[in-house]
Design a protein around this ligand. Sequence first.
Ligand SMILES: Cc1cc2nc3c(=O)[nH]c(=O)nc-3n(C[C@H](O)[C@H](O)[C@H](O)COP(=O)(O)OP(=O)(O)OC[C@H]3O[C@@H](n4cnc5c(N)ncnc54)[C@H](O)[C@@H]3O)c2cc1C
Length: 446
Amino acid sequence: MAKRYDVIVVGAGPAGLMAAKTAAEDGLKVLLIERKKDLTEINRLCGQFTNVSMINTGGKLKYGYTKPIRLEVSTYGTRIHFEEFGISLDYEGPWRPYLNYIYFSPSGNPVYREKGRFFGFFTEKESLLGGLLKLGEKAGVEIMPETVAVSAENIQEGVKVRVRCKSGEESLEARRVIAADGTRSAIVESVGLNEGRQQLTKRRISLVGYVVEGVETEYRLNSWVAFTIPSLNPHTSFIMSMLSDDRNEISAYAVGERSAEENLRAFMKVSSFSSWFRRVQLVRKVAVGGAATWTPIMEPVAGNVLAIGDAACLIEVTNPGAIACGYMGAKATMKEMQGENGYSDYIAWWQKSFDTNDPDYLKGAGRGFAINAVCTDEEVDYLYRLVGGQIGVPGVLVAENLEQVKNERLELYQKLEKAGLGRDLSGMKLDLAKVLEEKGGQGSPE
Ligand SMILES: Cc1cc2nc3c(=O)[nH]c(=O)nc-3n(C[C@H](O)[C@H](O)[C@H](O)COP(=O)(O)OP(=O)(O)OC[C@H]3O[C@@H](n4cnc5c(N)ncnc54)[C@H](O)[C@@H]3O)c2cc1C
C-alpha cells in the first residue's frame, strides 16, 4: 500500500521549498522530495541578484518576475517582502546593494543601464533556501532527500509518484502534486505537459562560472558588469556579479567548439580587463550544463498536477519569482482541495506575472543580443562610445540613435537594420531563439 499525503512537492529549490512550507502552514500533510542530500547546497552557477525595482530596461524588455520586491533592513534583522501577497520572509545571510549595471565594449567603453541607484541586491541563495527549509520543518513538512522522482501519474482521487532512493524504487500517493523540479522536470514530461512546447535550442547550453577573490576594479563591490566582446562570444555577454566576502563570480557560455571554461579564460586575458583579474584566486568553479530552453507552459496543469517555477517557464523565473510561484502554487492547490477553482487562479496569475510569458518576449529579447551577433569588436566600441552618455540597455539605446549611425557608418547601419534593430519590434528579424541556435563565429543572423 503506497503512503498517502495531501500534497507531494517534487524539488526543493526556492519554488518547492516555499510551496511545501506554505501548504504545511495551511495544515496540509506535505511530503517534499529532493534528489540532493543537502537541500541548501548550491553547486551550480547563480548570479544571486534580486531586483527591487523595474530595472532600466527601456521598451518592453523587462525581466523575470515583474511584481515589486522590497528589502527591509532594520534593527530587528533583514526581511524580504513580496508586496503583491503582503508576505515577508526573514533572511539571515549576507546581502549587498547593487548600484550600477554596466556594459563594457571590448576596449572598455561603458554604457550604464543603471548608475548610482539602488536597483537590486545580492542575497546568498544557500541562506535563502536555508531560511525556507527551517520554516518548512517547523510547519511539519516531511522531507525525503537523496530521492529522485521518476514520474507522476494521475489516478482516481489523486496522483501516484514513482521515486528512486537508496533502498530502491517505490510509489507514493497524494491528492495533489506540485512539480517544482526545475528546467528539465521529470514530472512535467511524464504528465504530458511538454507536449506542444517548442524547444528553442537543439544544442545544449553550457555555462561556467569562477568564484574568485582579489578582483582589482572599483566595480567589484557594487556593480553588475556585462562585457560585450563579439570576437569571443557572438551570442551573449560575459558577466561579473558580486558575492559576499569580497568575492565575485565571473561567467561565460560555451561558443562553437570552445568550451565555456576556455572562453572564460580567454576573456580574463582581454587586454582592457586583464588587469582586473591578474591576481585573482579561484575559490571554486560552478557550472550549468545541458539546459535546453523551452517555450513556457501557459496552462501548467495536468489533472491533479501543477507545475511551478522553472519547471514551467521560458529560461528562468528567477529566485524571487520561484518563491512567488511556490506561494501561489500552494494556495491554488489548497483551494482545489476545498472544491474551488484554485488552478484557474494560478494560471491567470502565472500568465501576467512573468514577462517571459508574454508571447512577444522572444522578439524583444533578441534585440538585446543583436549587437553581439552582427557587430565586430571595433563596431561595438564605436556604438558604446556613441550611446555611452545615456542610461539604458545598449540594444535599445542604439536603436534610438540609428539615424546617427546611418550618417556616420552606413554599412554598420545596414547590418543593424537587417537584423531588425529598430524601435519597432514588429520588424525584428532576430529573435532570441535564433540567436541561441547560431553557431560560433561572426555569422549573420539571417
Ligand atoms: C546560470 C544561472 C544564473 C542565474 N542567476 C540568477 C540570479 O542572479 N538571480 C535570480 O533571481 N535567479 C537567477 N537564476 C534563476 C534561478 O536560479 C531559477 O529561476 C530558480 O532557481 C528556479 O527555482 P525552482 O525552484 O523553480 O527550480 P530549481 O532552483 O532548479 O530547483 C529545482 C530542484 O528540484 C530538484 N530536482 C530536479 N529534478 C528532480 C527529480 N527528478 N527528483 C527530485 N528532485 C529533483 C533539484 O535538485 C533542485 O533542488 C539563474 C539561473 C541560472 C541557470
